[in-house]
Design a binder for this molecule. Structure first.
Ligand SMILES: *[C@@H]1O[C@H](CO)[C@@H](O)[C@H](O)[C@H]1NC(C)=O
Ligand SMILES: *[C@@H]1O[C@H](CO)[C@@H](O)[C@H](O)[C@H]1NC(C)=O
Ligand SMILES: *[C@@H]1O[C@H](CO)[C@@H](O)[C@H](O)[C@H]1NC(C)=O
Ligand SMILES: *[C@@H]1O[C@H](CO)[C@@H](O)[C@H](O)[C@H]1NC(C)=O
Ligand SMILES: *[C@@H]1O[C@H](CO)[C@@H](O)[C@H](O)[C@H]1NC(C)=O
Ligand SMILES: *[C@@H]1O[C@H](CO)[C@@H](O)[C@H](O)[C@H]1NC(C)=O
Ligand SMILES: *[C@@H]1O[C@H](CO)[C@@H](O)[C@H](O)[C@H]1NC(C)=O
Length: 572
């Protein structure tokens, strides 16, 4: 009997997994420290009762799992011992507790499952079996993912057992079955990307909160699951959720699981950050894509209806390639992207499912885009770069954005533009001609900037504050003045559009709708509070100056006069 989880009293907050950004470092400091504790009477009682349950479930024809080695935290490392050669199959998968009491099960790269089959099942130690619903196929590693609900009984467990993913509804557990700890979403290595020289790890947990970056020397990267054959390399950078390590020297059987470990200190024992990530050295692809001077990247969630206008506008003035990080949209994003591609726009989609990881996603895009882009523009789909200097141009040109960037000889590695925040401008629904046509009244004061960055100038740490990156020492950062260029930010749209965006944004700052954890954040909408109820006079808010410049320009460039006004090129 080798159950390794114990229950904790419901009053102990520390043991209840939380996923709010306000959560402190407690998991890092206390994670798994229970192992040192003496077994409590409570534990024994729970174990006994579970043993009884297992005994009921065991039968001579069952599939048994034999544990052959000590499991690393959060990994499923059993060897399957199939006594009955039926079609029932246990699928090797990494699990991670996802917000909303769901378990994200990520099938290991070497497993072969057919995606989009919903007939898999998650089995829990108490005998509960829940449907594993196909979620997505992850990019790069092509791993299939499923989501399972976490039974209520485990919500107060610490640690939580990782369910077993199997290809059948009937599956028998044995008392020898081990249940590795389920990594929690706020303490896990969640993704990696390789460069020519090293590997970049994206990790939730160790560096949390402002100014809490721990020195790189306190970590190591671990390649491989088995402690005897795992290879460790030094960490060369540890900033926010981004860690970098050189490749291991030896050839391994790729893809190989990759972890981050904190080296032992006098005060604390070595700790391993659990992982759902795999490493493969960068493959030298035959370069199919021509190198673009100017690309744009953005992270989207259910904004398909704005995408055509945004892509067509920016492509016309010089963005050659668009890399869209899709945060699990369930709108018509695919159709819009395919439509744009068929009209010869160079748009690619990267699925980025990790919750609340916008900075990490931007760092990822800097590395990913580095192969095929020289400059990268980071703006949202409700933001449009525009220069007042273009006002008199009768036609757009693909050199326009280029003209806002420094010459090749300069050491300027990043150019930022102030943004202007537009209000609802009397609109009550998404304007048919697009945001540039519908929203014309804005706040007077310029808001924080957005940037175009030279990817080769980005600092090794990949540090980003969303609005700009840190640059290598030899490069300078320039903020353009507003006569040169600005970003029109259609931030406060017609209420029914804004409401959806507002809900998502608020969810990043409040744990639930009634508990405010960061009420002073600049991201809060002035005077709006925390409830998604239309404030009185919304349509007239944030309206201090009329600004028709981009409306007139886009009408000239993209509009076709019609009986009742103009039809814009992006209207379908
Ligand atoms: C993932 O799938 C894509 C498209 O099917 C393929 O080009 C790529 O080589 C696959 N990657 C891996 C790691 O298998
Ligand atoms: C899942 O269902 C599909 C179609 O319903 C079937 O073809 C497939 O064999 C099933 N797979 C398993 C593993 O039961
Ligand atoms: C790789 O091997 C070389 C030579 O054996 C050694 O100098 C170097 O430190 C090793 N690098 C790593 C990351 O282990
Ligand atoms: C993606 O969307 C979900 C749901 O709206 C949100 O909780 C999450 O924070 C978003 N993630 C990113 C990286 O923006
Ligand atoms: C556009 O042309 C008008 C009239 O020719 C001129 O007054 C104005 O200054 C020009 N604007 C810009 C930004 O060049
Ligand atoms: C909104 O409507 C009011 C009242 O009709 C009008 O005074 C105002 O100029 C309009 N604002 C915009 C931006 O069109
Ligand atoms: C892009 O590649 C260049 C050349 O290898 C490198 O110097 C630079 O640091 C890379 N930038 C990023 C963001 O990976």
């Amino acid at each position: 009997m080798t159950l390794t989880f114990k229950t904790s009293s419901p009053s102990s907050n520390r043991s209840t997994p939380k996923n709010s950004p306000g959560d402190d470092d407690s998991h890092f400091l206390h994670y798994r420290s229970y192992r040192a504790h003496t077994t409590t009477l409570f534990f024994v009682l729970v174990s006994l009762s579970l043993f009884v349950i297992f005994s009921l479930y065991s039968s001579p024809n069952a599939i048994y799992f034999a544990t052959t080695r000590q499991a690393k935290p959060g990994t499923v490392t059993y060897v399957i011992n199939v006594r009955d050669s039926s079609h029932i199959r246990r699928i090797k998968a990494e699990g991670v507790l996802w917000p909303g009491w769901e378990v994200m099960m990520i099938v290991s790269p070497k497993e072969n499952v057919m995606p989009r089959e919903n007939n898999y099942t998650c089995f829990y130690p108490n005998g509960e079996k829940l449907t594993a619903k196909f979620a997505v196929t992850l990019p790069f590693t092509n791993r299939t993912t499923f989501k399972c609900k976490l039974p209520g009984i485990y919500r107060h467990h610490h640690p939580i057992p990782t369910p077993i993913l199997a290809s059948s509804r009937s599956f028998e557990l044995s008392p020898e079955t081990r249940w590795p700890d389920l990594p929690l979403w706020n303490f896990v290595v969640f993704d990696t990307i390789s460069t020519e020289h090293d590997v970049v790890l994206f990790v939730k947990g160790p560096n949390r909160g402002l100014g809490s970056n721990k020195p790189p020397g306190t970590f190591r990267c671990v390649f491989g699951e088995e402690s005897d054959s795992a290879v460790k390399t030094t960490v060369t950078s540890s900033v926010q959720e981004v860690f970098r390590c050189p490749f291991p020297n030896v050839t391994m059987d790729y893809p190989v699981k990759i972890y981050l470990e904190r080296v032992a200190t006098e005060k604390e024992a070595m700790k391993v950050v659990p992982s759902v990530a795999y490493f493969s050295p960068k493959r030298r692809l035959v370069e199919t894509r021509e190198r673009a001077l100017l690309c744009a990247t953005t992270m989207v969630y259910n904004v398909a209806k704005y995408l055509r206008e945004w892509v067509m506008y920016h492509a016309t003035i010089g963005i050659q390639r668009f890399i869209i990080y899709d945060n699990g949209s369930d709108d018509e994003l695919n159709d819009v992207v395919e439509g744009l591609k068929s009209e010869r726009y160079d748009v690619m989609k990267v699925l980025w499912i990790w919750p609340k990881t916008q900075e990490a996603g931007f760092s990822h895009a800097a590395v990913y885009g580095n192969d095929s882009c020289t400059w990268m523009m980071y703006v949202d789909v409700d933001e449009f770069l525009f220069s007042p200097v273009w006002s008199n141009q009768s036609k757009p040109s693909d050199q326009m954005i280029r003209s806002l960037l420094p010459s090749d000889e300069s050491m300027i590695g990043q150019v930022s533009f102030k943004s202007l925040e537009f209000g609802p401008s009397n609109q009550t629904r998404h304007p048919a001609g697009g945001v540039t046509q519908g929203y014309t009244c804005r706040r007077e004061e310029e808001q924080r900037h957005k940037s175009i960055v030279l990817l080769s100038a980005v600092e090794h740490s990949l540090y980003t504050a969303i609005h700009h990156f840190s640059l290598k020492g030899e490069y300078e950062w320039r903020v353009a003045d507003k006569e040169e260029g600005v970003v029109n930010h259609y931030k406060y749209q017609a209420w029914r559009e804004f409401k959806a965006k507002f809900k998502r944004r608020v969810s990043a700052y409040v744990v639930d709708w009634t508990r405010v954890s960061n009420p002073t954040s600049r991201d809060r909408t002035p005077g709006l509070g925390f409830k998604p109820i239309e404030p009185e006079g919304w349509a007239q808010k944030f309206c201090e100056v009329m600004d028709m410049r981009l409306k007139r320009l886009t009408r000239k460039w993209f509009g076709h006069p019609e009986k009742n006004g103009y039809r814009m090129a992006w209207q379908r």
